[in-house]
Design a protein around this ligand. Sequence first.
Ligand SMILES: [Zn+2]
Ligand SMILES: [Zn+2]
Length: 338
Amino acid sequence: MQSIICDQPNSLSQVERERPECSAGEALVRIRRIGICGTDLHAFSGRQPYFSYPRILGHELGGEIAGLGSGISNLALGDQVTVIPYLECGTCIACRAGKPNCCTALQVIGVHCDGGMQEYIVHPADHLIKAEGLSLDELALVECMAIGAHAVRRAGVQAGEDVLVVGAGPIGYGIMQFCRIAGARVIALDIDDQRLKFSRDKGGADVIVLADGENTQQLIRDVTGGNGAAAVFDATGSPQSMTQAFEFIAHGGRYILVSIVDAHISFYDPDFHKRETTLLSSRNATREDFAWVLQCLAEKKLDLQPLITHRCSFGRFVEKFVNWATPGSGIIKGIIEV
Ligand SMILES: [Zn+2]
Ligand SMILES: [Zn+2]
């Protein structure tokens, strides 16, 4: 079978490897669609901290069951599945508390260990979710949407609240969608006019705000009746933006950091305190979030097609990806068809 390996930053190659065999409790998945996200772009360009090479990327995966190890009753050959790429230990303090998404020994396939940029993978059957009736593209994008669903669930977004989503990329899109589904009024903030227009026209944002340096706080006040937003989500991964957004929170509000950045984030305590701010991080997603995404897709509450701006075949990906990873490519979400 064919695999695409990121040997070192800025270098991908397609190689022939032996098809893996599944053991008890594992399934062989024929990969059909691979979503490309910021993690892959950063890993490729060498900007992903704590990343080691060589690595097979790919953690947004849709496929079909092509083989089953012993002891599996929830799946059959030919089933269409989405992949939970997070492999937790099951025994640490977080796992015991029902939070495998922040397991102390978490391995995410395509990040900490080899992922799905290959024709077949072997994966634990209990980390595959059968999802009939969805398109292959949708199956591949469930994980990306589950990140947003988890953040919105953690934030406890209520109908009628003003929520501010800072960063209008794919993760921001997911956050906006689940805030909209929760009945909130969605404000999108970004430095990129095109992404804001996309958020307004396709992403369900009620209001868009183009960031304007020091004036941005006033712009956010203007669109929130002077209050700021009850929930502010960061999906930028920019330390400057993450720091500034403390100013956009309403009194009594919460701030949810979804993107991770390799930097210190600080705040001025009196401003933080006077609001009685609730500060949350949000990491990955749990199977409850995957289930909610699948339900929203099945009920047609969520449309993922507008996200897909780039597409190519597995065989052409090595030559195409350099362009996708170039700043200015306009990529929101790329899909590889296998
Ligand atoms: Zn991703
Ligand atoms: Zn654990």
